[in-house]
Ligand binder design. Structure first.
Ligand code: ADP
Ligand code: MG
Ligand code: ZN
Length: 613
C-alpha cells in the first residue's frame, strides 16, 4: 500500500518558536538567580574593612574604574559576599593592601561579554532541536510534531491490492458497497433520476468478519483516493485536538473529492453522549460533535462517501445513525456454511495444498468461526505441514488446525494419570452416548482424551450435517442432556464425580436460562423475554430485566429443567451400561476415536466389557 505524505511545515515552526521563547526567558532569569549578590560600598568603608583585616582578596579593575573585593567568610556564611567600590586615586592603596595581607594580585578571569553568554546556549539549543525534529521526521514520517492534523493515510486507488473477490461469504455487504463504488464512477446515472447516494455506510458485525477487509476492498475497486483512519487516532491528549483532526480530515477529503473516507472502530469516538457531568469526556464529545457537523456540512453529490466500521453498534450515538449521516447500515455477519468454505478456499490459494482437499468438511467442523479464525486455521495447517516436514497441506492438517483454533494445541507434556484418563474416557463417552441415543442430536465426529492447552482434558466433537439456523425446543433440551452426560457417566460407572464437568455445567445453565428467559419456551411464562442483551457482537452479555420474584422463579425453573435433562441422561446411560463400559475402555486404549468408529462400535449387537473390538 502506498502512503502519500502530507507536508507539514507549520507545526514544526510552531514548536520551534515555543522552544526559542523558553530559552530566551531562561537566559534572562537564570544568571540573576544563581549569581552571588554584590553590595556597593563607598571607599571609606573599603579602607576601614581592609584595616580591620576583613577583606580576603581584591581585584583592581582600572578599566571599569572599580575595585571588586570579597570579605573573609564568617564561618556560618556559605557564600562569600562580593563588594564593589569606586576606584579612587589613592597612592597608598597598594601599601595598605600589602600590610593587611589582602591578596590583591589575584585576578578573577575576565567574564565574557553578556551578549555571548546569552546567545551561545540559544544557538546550541536551536541546532539541537533542529536536528531532533529532522531525525524524528525521518523516523515517524512527516507530521510527527504536527498538532491538529489528521494522520489519515491516503491510499491511492488499486494499490491496496485487495479486491471484492478476496472477501467471501459477505455477498450482501459486497452488493451494498459495490453500489457506492458504482456511484463514484458514474454519478450521473444516479443523479439523473434524482437519487441521492447515502453519505455514509456503517459496517457492523462481530470481530474478525472482514469489515476492515471490505473497506480496503472498496479502496481497491473504487479507483478514487481512500482516506483510512482509526477512531482511536482522534483521541488526543489535548482538548480540541481531536476535533481539529476531524476538521482537517474532511478538508483534505473535500479537496480530493470524489473520494472515500474510512473511519475504523468508530465506536471510540462515536459513543453515546450522556449528560453525566462527572467523568464526562469533553474531548470525545467535541470530536463527535465536529464529526456530526462535518457530515452535515458537505453535500453528497460532491462524491465524498464515508465508511465506518464498528462491532458495537448499540453503543453509538443515535445522532450518528440518523438519515443524512450513516444512513446505510451494512451488516457483516459471521459466514454461513457456504461462506466458510469460500473463505477457506480464498486463503488456501495462498498456500500449497494437496489437490482434492475437502473444504466442505472443514467448513462444517468450523461452525460459528469468523473469517479471521478461518484464515488462522489455514495458516495453522500450513505451519503443521512444515512441522511435519511436508511441502503441502493435507486434509488432516486442516482438521487438526480447526481443533487448535477451537480447543487449543495438544498439550504434549501434560500426561494424565491412568486413573484420570479413565475418568475422562468415561466422561467423554458419556457425552457421546447420550448424544447418539437421542434423536435430534448432531452426530458425533470425534472423541479424544488428549489434553488441550485450553484446559480441556478431552472433548467430544459434534458436527451438524448442514447449516443450522433454527433450534427446536427438543434440540435445545437434548443438548442440555448431552452436556450433563459426562457427569452422569462418571457417577454411574465410577460412583464419584469430579470437577471435569465445570464447563459443561456452565453451558447447560446458560442454555436452560436462555430457553426460559430469552426464547420464551417455558410453559409458565410463555413468550416473554426477561433478558436484555448488550453487545450483541461481543459475547452478548445479558442482564435480567424482571422483578426479583420473577428472577427467583426463573432460577427455580432453570434448576428444574437441568435436573430433568440430567435424569433423562441418567436413564439413557443406565439402560446402556454395557456400551458405556466397552466404549470407554476402547477410548482409554486408543485415546482418539473417530465418529465412524464410534458408530460402528455402537451398532455391534453385543458388546463384551473389556474386549478390544
Ligand atoms: P474486522 O475488521 O471485521 O474485525 P478484519 O477485516 O480485520 O476483521 O479481518 C481480519 C482478517 O480475517 C482479514 O485480513 C482476512 O484475512 C480474514 N477475513 C475476515 N473476514 C474475511 C472474509 N469474509 N473473507 C476473507 N477473509 C476474511
Ligand atoms: Mg477491523
Ligand atoms: Zn464434558
Amino acid at each position: 500500500m502506498k502512503e502519500v505524505k502530507q507536508p507539514n511545515k507549520k507545526g514544526v515552526l510552531y514548536f520551534y518558536a515555543i522552544a526559542l521563547a523558553l530559552i530566551l526567558v531562561a537566559n534572562m532569569l537564570l544568571p540573576a538567580l544563581i549569581a552571588p549578590r554584590t553590595e556597593t560600598v563607598n571607599y571609606n568603608e573599603f579602607v576601614r574593612m581592609v584595616e580591620a583585616g576583613q577583606v580576603a582578596q581584591a581585584e583592581i579593575q582600572s578599566e571599569e574604574n572599580q575595585i571588586v573585593f570579597t570579605a573573609k567568610a564568617d564561618g556560618d556564611q556559605k557564600m562569600q559576599k562580593i563588594y564593589v567600590t569606586a576606584l579612587v586615586d589613592d597612592a597608598g592603596l597598594v601599601d595598605r593592601l600589602l600590610t593587611n595581607n589582602v591578596a590583591f594580585t589575584k585576578l578573577w578571569p575576565n567574564t565574557p561579554s553578556p551578549l555571548l553568554t546569552a546567545l551561545l546556549p540559544i544557538l546550541l539549543m536551536t541546532a539541537l532541536s533542529f536536528w531532533m525534529i529532522k531525525s524524528m521526521q525521518k523516523r515517524m514520517g512527516a507530521g510527527a510534531m504536527s498538532f491538529g492534523k489528521s494522520n489519515a493515510k491516503v491510499y491511492v486507488a488499486s494499490e491496496t491490492g485487495i479486491h471484492f473477490s478476496d472477501v467471501q461469504g459477505e455477498d450482501e455487504a459486497k452488493e451494498l458497497l459495490s453500489e457506492i463504488v458504482d456511484f463514484l464512477h458514474n454519478p450521473s446515472k444516479y443523479t439523473s433520476i434524482g437519487a441521492r447516494m447515502p453519505k455514509g455506510a456503517l459496517l457492523v458485525g462481530p470481530p474478525g468478519t472482514g469489515k476492515t477487509l471490505l473497506a480496503k476492498a472498496v479502496a481497491g475497486e473504487a479507483n478514487v483516493p481512500f482516506f483510512s483512519i482509526s477512531g482511536s487516532e482522534f483521541v488526543e491528549m489535548f482538548v480540541g485536538m481531536g476535533a481539529a483532526k476531524v476538521r482537517d480530515l474532511f478538508k483534505q477529503a473535500a479537496e480530493k473529492a470524489p473520494c472515500i473516507v474510512f473511519i475504523d472502530e468508530i465506536d471510540t469516538i462515536g459513543k453515546k453522549r450522556d449528560g453525566a457531568a462527572m467523568g464526562g469526556n469533553d474531548e470525545r464529545e467535541q470530536t463527535l460533535n465536529q464529526l456530526l457537523t462535518e457530515m452535515d456540512g458537505f453535500d453528497g453529490s460532491k462524491g465524498v462517501v464515508i465508511l465506518a466500521a464498528t462491532n458495537r453498534p448499540e453503543s453509538l450515538d443515535p445522532a450518528l445513525l440518523r438519515p443524512g449521516r450513516f444512513d446505510r447500515r451494512v451488516p457483516v455477519e459471521l459466514p454461513d456454511l457456504v461462506g466458510r468454505e469460500a473463505i477457506l478456499r480464498v486463503h488456501a490459494r495462498k498456500v500449497q495444498c494437496d489437490p482434492g482437499l475437502d473444504f466442505g468438511v472443514i467448513a462444517r467442523m468450523a461452525a460459528g468461526a469468523s473469517g479471521a479464525e478461518l484464515a488462522n486455521m489455514v495458516n495453522e495447517a500450513a505451519l503443521r505441514a512444515v512441522r511435519a516436514g511436508r511441502s503441502r497441506i493435507c486434509q488432516s492438517d486442516l482438521e487438526e488446525s480447526v481443533e487448535v483454533v477451537i480447543a487449543g494445541y495438544q498439550k504434549k507434556n501434560k500426561i494424565l494419570s491412568n486413573k484420570e484418563k479413565l475418568i475422562v474416557s468415561y466422561h467423554e463417552i458419556g457425552h457421546a452416548l447420550v448424544a447418539a441415543l437421542q434423536t435430534h442430536s448432531a452426530p458425533v465426529t470425534k472423541i479424544t482424551v488428549i489434553p488441550r492447552t485450553s484446559g480441556a482434558l478431552g472433548y467430544t466433537m459434534q458436527v451438524d450435517e448442514g447449516e443450522h439456523n433454527l433450534m427446536s425446543r427438543e434440540e435445545l433440551e437434548n443438548k442440555i442432556a448431552t452436556l450433563t452426560g459426562g457427569r452422569v457417566a462418571e457417577e454411574l460407572a465410577l460412583h464419584s464425580i469430579t470437577t471435569g464437568a465445570a464447563n459443561d455445567i456452565e453451558q447447560a445453565t446458560k442454555l436452560a436460562r436462555a430457553l426460559i428467559s430469552r426464547y420464551g419456551m417455558s410453559d409458565a411464562f410463555g413468550m416473554v423475554a426477561f433478558e436484555e442483551i448488550h453487545n450483541a457482537y461481543l459475547g452478548g452479555d445479558a442482564s435480567m430485566a424482571c422483578a426479583d420474584e420473577t428472577a427467583a422463579e426463573i432460577d427455580r425453573m432453570v434448576v428444574a429443567l437441568v435436573q430433568r435433562q440430567y435424569d433423562k441422561a441418567k436413564a439413557l446411560l443406565s439402560e446402556n451400561m454395557d456400551k458405556l463400559h466397552a466404549l470407554s475402555k476402547y477410548l482409554y486404549d486408543h485415546e482418539t476415536i473417530t465418529g465412524d468408529e464410534f458408530m460402528h462400535l455402537l451398532e455391534q449387537p453385543k458388546l463384551v466389557i473389556g474386549q478390544d473390538v
